[in-house]
Ligand binder design. Structure first.
Ligand code: ADP
Ligand code: ZN
Length: 751
């Protein structure tokens, strides 16, 4: 029999990086009042910690009972996280092998994630709760500090900023909270919703394209029927996927349901946010990484109370407390940013499907280039496939052209530069023509900086970071050699540090292209969009807005220019070097290349003028490049899936990677070996095709001076991985403390 709800014992998850659930005693006063997910204050070790009540527990053995510590306090009347989110976090913590308490804490907005934090948010404005405040002052004569706070409030007219009261009266926050508990004052929140992307909206189109209409009809039917259903919306770039989402969200709202929309990066998708804002106004909470803690908390509370029914956010918004969830959308579902690469290493796209299933909601995964995981799920009938094969208004897809760099070498322009140019005559000609027509150009290259690396002409040594096993990147404007892994930035040496030979600059980066374009087209307004240029959300928004207003003619950038932007003035998109991402030691390198090229190509010709895409490559016969140039997603998928199946890579297998890192090369290697050993013993029947790879040095063997190893386990289903992972987890506690082990389940990148 399960323990009764008012059991004197409770299972608690501790908000610390410790694995497992802990039993605590429940004091008399709290019995029967605890609900799953409720924040509690608990003694833990020698300190107090934030904990989460999970469930009533059976009575432990008598000698254990004597040692049990009691829950000190319940921090809320009702759980801060809704039951549905608690459920989702429990799934995620188990699946991604992360301590549950830490995971629950991470799902809370800042301000609720610590034990010493107040019961409710610190609100902006405090006001009298009663109509006859002066009468109440007499009640407080025996609490002089509270009396003083209330008197102050009375003196300033019964309403004041909490900040202001806090400056005037020491300890005011605590006093005001007590006064609130006694019902004397109340808090109001000031509207601080971010003004991001206001005005970027568009009018609601009166008619849908026939394909949009079909998609909306199928989705509406599923929504009306209620219950869980999942769809993959495969729509070419510019086919109007966003409008499909908007229609479904409209319908959900009409039915009193809420909606959750996940996007890769808010700052890079101001238009999508703008469309939601202009369609739904203040009914949308925007959750992005640049939010201040207070803003995030406010948005979170509004969702929790059901005052706001729609959340648009980045991956962490998967835990947003949207009420009565009806629709979950993941836009650009193939985007790598949905995978969190630290702490709880979740894949938000996958959790979106889990959450929708738990909530009995509709989930739509949308993309022009679906991930192979989703594509395969659609092929197997787990997701229903909806296709938008044409652009809105039958605008043509851009014309795709190749510049084969083996045949057409970029020529030295007039005047001399020390480096070989990277823009071929064809590219220059196309740019010139486009500028002449007063249209805009995007130049894409997946590398920042000036020259990718420096190589000694004599000894052939590339200059590498001494702490990381990667080449240093030359940043011209900063006159530095920078490591993109550890951030170290050294002055550029005159000659090879080993043999004093002359240093050659090889490879290209966005910074160098920007310089070359500016030199070749002195009258063009050229700007650069990458992480070096867009150092803040403001700068990024400014750059994108400037490009949208056509104050910039040529935008040079990394994958930041490839996202879902809708700039009607862009008629030429150039891929400066398509090969750059292909050589990465990652089984997804081809998929990533194809996605990126297709996405960036999709920025061309979205307005009334037709678009053109030029791709420069030394390797045009490589599958992702050849299929991309043919505009053949289907063909690429079939070829790539065949390769994946032959090699047993996802989506035909499930994987987990253990990353082992430490300052001592010997201890780290030994730890990796021990982990591999215990995992090997725990492997299920070999005939089931579960394989252990490693221990092996990681593809980048050193980062920030730490040695890196990895062990990979691969099997037909997730369950097949559990035995080996359990065994590895058990061993963790006995490894040297200098060795850090990260378990990455369903990893996104293999580096
Ligand atoms: P996608 O996300 O598929 O690349 P968007 O949703 O950005 O495409 O749509 C491309 C453009 O077409 C946008 O400017 C959008 O406002 C417009 N659009 C979408 N649907 C319609 C429609 N039914 N009628 C007219 N314009 C539309
Ligand atoms: Zn480094």
């Amino acid at each position: 029999m399960p323990p009764a709800a008012d059991s004197p014992f409770a299972l608690v998850a501790v908000g610390r990086p410790v694995r497992g659930e802990f039993t605590y005693a429940v004091p008399e006063a709290l019995r029967g009042t605890l609900a799953p997910g409720l924040r509690v204050r608990i003694p833990f070790g020698k300190a107090t910690a934030l904990g989460f009540y999970l469930a009533p527990a059976d009575a432990p053995a008598p000698d254990v009972v004597k040692k049990l510590k009691p829950i000190e306090q319940a921090l809320d009347d009702a759980p801060a996280l809704p039951a549905e989110v608690v459920e989702l976090v429990r799934f995620a913590a188990a699946h991604y092998r992360y301590p549950l308490g830490e995971a629950l804490r991470a799902a809370l907005p800042p301000g609720l994630s610590k034990a010493d934090e107040g019961r409710e948010a610190k609100a902006d404005v405090v006001r009298f709760a009663a109509v006859t405040p002066s009468a109440e002052l007499s009640v407080l004569t025996r609490a002089p500090a509270q009396h003083a706070a209330l008197s102050y409030l009375l003196a300033v007219g019964g309403r004041a900023d909490v900040e202001e009261v806090a400056r005037a009266i020491p300890g005011a926050r605590e006093l005001l909270r007590k006064l609130e508990e006694r019902g004397f004052v109340g808090f109001d929140e000031q509207e601080v919703l971010p003004g991001i992307a206001e005005g970027l909206g568009q009018a609601r189109p009166e008619t849908l394209t026939p394909e949009q209409a079909d998609a909306v009809a199928a989705l509406s039917q599923a929504l009306d029927a209620g219950g869980f259903s999942s769809f993959l919306l495969h729509g070419v770039t510019g086919s109007g996927k966003t409008e499909v989402y908007l229609r479904l969200v409209e319908r959900a709202l009409e039915q009193g349901k809420g909606a959750l929309i996940l996007v890769p990066e808010i700052a890079l998708t101001p238009q999508l946010v703008g469309r939601f804002r202009s369609r739904f106004g203040q009914a949308v909470a925007v959750l992005h990484s640049a939010l201040k803690d207070r803003e995030r908390l406010l948005a979170w509370q509004q969702l929790r109370r059901g005052e706001v029914k729609i959340a648009v956010g980045v991956r962490s918004a998967i835990f947003a407390p949207v009420k009565d969830l009806g629709v979950v959308v993941v836009d650009e579902e193939h985007d790598p940013s949905f995978k969190q690469e630290e702490k709880l290493r979740y894949q938000a796209r996958d959790l979106a499907v889990v959450r929708a299933r738990q909530a009995g909601a509709l989930v739509i995964l949308g993309s022009a280039t679906p991930s192979f995981e989703s594509f395969e799920n659609a092929r197997r009938g787990r997701y229903r496939l909806l296709t938008l094969s044409r652009r809105v208004d039958d605008r043509p897809m851009p014309e795709l052209g190749l510049v084969d760099l083996r045949v057409e070498r970029p020529r030295q322009p007039e005047g001399k530069t020390e480096e070989p140019p990277v823009l071929s005559p064809t590219l220059r000609e196309a740019i010139a023509q486009t500028l002449e027509k007063k249209q805009q150009v995007i130049l894409f290259l997946n590398r920042r900086g000036h020259a990718t690396f420096l190589v000694c002409e004599v000894c052939g040594h590339p200059l590498k970071c001494p702490d990381c096993d990667v080449c240093l990147t030359h940043h011209l404007s900063a006159r530095r050699l920078q490591c993109h892994y550890c951030g170290r930035a050294d002055p550029v040496p005159e000659s090879c540090p080993e043999c004093h030979g002359t240093l050659l600059r090889l490879g290209v980066g966005t910074e160098r292209i920007e310089a070359e374009v500016a030199a070749a087209f002195p009258h063009a307004r050229v700007a650069r969009l990458d992480r070096d240029a867009a150092t803040s959300a403001e700068k990024l928004t400014q750059l994108l807005a400037g490009f949208a207003r056509r104050e910039i003619d040529v935008l040079v950038g990394t994958q930041m220019v490839a996202k879902g932007h809708d700039f009607p003035g862009v008629t030429l998109v150039c891929v400066v070097l398509a090969d750059s991402a292909l050589a990465l030691p990652d089984f997804r390198a081809a998929e990533r290349t194809f996605h990126l090229l297709t996405q960036v190509a999709g920025r061309a010709g979205r307005g009334k003028d037709a678009g053109r895409v030029l791709v420069q490559s030394y390797n045009p016969q490589a599958a992702p490049i050849a299929f991309m140039l043919a505009g053949d997603f289907q063909g690429f998928s079939e070829a790539e899936l065949k390769r994946r199946r032959a090699l047993n890579w996802p989506p035909y297998s499930r994987m987990a990677v253990l990353r082992i890192e430490g300052s001592s090369p010997e201890l780290t290697a030994r730890a990796a070996q021990r982990l591999a050993n215990v995992m090997a013993i725990a492997l299920p029947h070999v005939s089931r095709g579960v394989r252990l790879l490693g221990p092996a040095p990681a593809p980048i063997t050193r980062i920030k001076g730490k040695t890196r190893w990895q062990v990979v386990v691969k099997g037909p289903t997730h369950t097949d991985l559990c035995g080996p992972l359990d065994a590895a987890e058990k061993l963790l506690a006995s490894l040297p403390s200098s060795v850090k082990v990260v378990i990455d389940v369903d990893p996104s990148a293999m580096l």
